[in-house]
Design a protein around this ligand. Structure first.
Ligand SMILES: [Zn+2]
Length: 599
């Protein structure tokens, strides 16, 4: 009996998809002695099937223009399932419209698993104790306990537990019998549908994040402050300074932790009693944590809701007609952050190449990299990367990166040229810009974070152009004047939407994301706030600067030195972009929801 196959993911060499076209599916593959295939339509182009009376699956047609990744995402909730879908269909080529492809039950998104089970086992009942399955008789070939166990629990090996629970004398149940599959054994997707779990231990372990803890506010001779009472296991720097002041750079975090300790009369920061009132000067507190009605909070909320009015209106399920500008941060003599022998420029360039490969192989997007190391794009299949300084910005002519600020400015000149071209072809929205970085923050922080351009701090007069700029076509042809106020607000909204999509994909891939404020409108450092230049002067409406992880955190630093992690990051980015251009039904922006929820 075949075991349900775990989805294969992110094995780069194997991502050369060879798809079998399951043309014969409708005609009935099985000529042998096995039971016939049962089918139940779920929706247009999607059919639940029990093939040969044994294998649960969906047979689905690609939608017009839908590529493999979008197909995998729609049915499995995860582009990472693409390779396993390929294997299940064992052949070559791209998806073709009008053909049905098999998607094994184990790969399906949880809600689709549930719909398949309900459609094919219509006589089954759901009780708080578990799923009651009526054993089918399929032309003489009954269901085996192993099969039932595999369908409902994901493991055929669980069959002795079913036999015991149902006090069966025989190995296989007789047709028409009712069999209880206990809640504790059920697949999570099926268990979630039970009327109510019989005990807390069986509840699905997907607890929503707790709401932001309430702050109290006060004033003393040193001015206004917010009070937070530490909970068990919380540390001053992460629970207070990072969360409420939004600081992330080590110098800032340490300096503010010391200042707050002093202000709060804490002698030893490593030994603060639970519940101790920690005073945070109000001018340090992020606007979303200020008292309701505070002018700075009102201003922040007004900016959020102004930009949230703008949502992406362009749909392109396979990214046809979309230009994706991929900007690997730094390069050349500008190595970016470097910690413990890891150079940011090398690793983010590798991730860029992986995103490029995925997009070019499995979507119809046009990929525009801003930099290249050497004469060609070469992806090294190794974990630890060799040092290189050969990166050039791909302007006309290219700029071998010597000066980091020239390197940065030429990137947005280049991006603006791509955007102008796209706009002239009627698609100003059909461009996204993704700058890929890895930062160096307080070592306690882990995971990804995204910068988007705050409208109020974007635009303005670009820096003066020196000799390095003048000779380049993108600079020569750049129009005078920047974006209007409305365009800046709109860009903040679209960029936040893209950022939310990318971070949702990170979470879905099991990649770490900053626990506090992972989408940030500005860099906050050294008591200053600013929008990175590559976003600030960039005319592309949807643009993000993604920090994939924190190189100063040992765990993150070890991860980025593996191909598996970098490929996963690349997949999540692709999934985020696919989500941005996906179908309607968008969730509200996290930031807006958070602001509303903390009221
Ligand atoms: Zn960087």
């Amino acid at each position: 009996m075949p075991e349900p196959r775990a989805p294969h993911r992110r094995s780069p060499q194997r991502l050369v998809f060879r798809l079998l076209l399951v043309a014969a599916l409708g005609g009935g593959l099985a000529a042998g002695a096995s039971a016939p295939t049962a089918r139940a339509p779920l929706e247009a182009g999607v059919v639940a099937a029990l093939v040969d009376g044994r294998q649960l699956m969906v047979e689905a047609e690609p939608r017009p223009g839908e590529g493999l990744l979008a197909f995998a995402r729609r049915l499995c909730g995860d582009v990472g399932a693409a390779e396993a879908i390929t294997q299940a269909n064992g052949g070559s080529g791209r998806l073709r419209e009008g053909l049905r492809y098999r998607v094994p039950f184990a790969l399906l998104a949880p809600e689709l698993q549930l719909r398949v089970a309900r459609a094919l086992f219509a006589a089954d009942r759901l009780t708080p104790e578990g799923w009651v399955h009526r054993v089918g008789a399929r032309d003489g070939a009954g269901e085996s306990l192993w099969q039932i166990s595999e369908w409902f629990t994901g493991r055929g090996e669980n069959f002795p537990a079913l036999r015991e629970r149902n006090a069966l004398a025989e190995t296989d149940p007789r047709p028409g019998a009712e069999l209880l599959v206990p809640a504790a054994l059920l697949r999570p997707s099926l268990r979630a549908a039970l009327p109510s779990p019989p005990s807390a231990a069986m509840a699905v372990a997907d607890v929503p994040a707790p709401a932001a803890p309430p702050l109290e506010y006060g004033r003393d001779e040193q001015g206004e402050y917010a009070v937070y009472r530490l909970r068990r296991g919380e540390a001053l720097y992460s629970a207070v300074v990072v969360r409420f002041a939004g600081l992330v750079f080590a110098d800032d975090v340490n300096a503010q932790a010391a200042e707050i300790a002093k202000r709060s009369s804490i002698a030893d920061v490593t030994d603060i009693p639970v519940g101790y009132p920690v005073k945070v000067p109000l001018e340090l507190v992020l606007p979303e944590f200020l008292p309701v009605g505070h002018p700075r909070r009102l201003e922040y909320e007004a900016a959020l809701s102004a930009s949230a009015r703008f949502r992406n209106q362009v749909t392109a399920v396979d990214l046809a007609g979309i230009s994706v500008i991929l900007d690997a941060g730094h390069g050349g003599r500008d190595v970016g952050a470097s910690m413990g022998g890891v150079w940011e420029s090398l690793y983010v360039y590798d991730i860029m190449l992986r995103v490029k490969r995925l997009l070019e192989s499995y979507t119809a997007a046009r990929v525009v990299p801003t930099t290249r190391d050497g004469g060609e794009f070469r992806l090294e299949e190794r974990d630890v990367l060799a040092f290189s300084r050969g990166h050039a910005v791909l302007t006309t002519p290219p700029y071998l990166i010597q000066d980091s600020s020239v390197g940065v400015n030429l990137r947005w000149y280049l991006a603006n040229t791509v955007h102008r071209r796209s706009a002239s072809q009627g698609g100003p929205e059909k461009v996204v810009f993704v700058s890929i970085h890895a930062d160096s923050l307080h070592p306690s922080l882990r995971g990804a974070m995204v910068y988007i351009p705050e409208a109020g701090r974007s635009g303005g007069t670009p820096p003066r152009r020196g000799a390095d700029y003048g000779g380049r076509r993108e600079v020569r042809e750049h129009p005078q004047g920047g974006l209007s106020r409305r365009e800046l607000v709109r860009s903040e909204g679209l960029s936040r939407e893209l950022a939310d999509r990318v971070l949702a994909a990170f979470r879905a891939e099991g990649l770490a994301v900053h626990p506090f404020k992972p989408v940030r409108e500005t860099v906050i450092r050294n008591r200053r706030k600013w929008v990175p230049a590559v976003l600030r002067y960039n005319h592309v409406p949807a643009k993000i600067l993604l920090e994939v992880c924190n190189l100063a955190n040992a765990e993150d630093r070890a991860l980025i030195q593996t191909r598996a992690f970098r490929e996963k990051v690349a997949l999540a980015l692709v999934e985020g972009i696919l989500g941005y251009y996906g179908a309607a039904g968008r969730p509200p922006s996290q930031a807006v929801a958070a602001a509303a929820g903390s009221r």
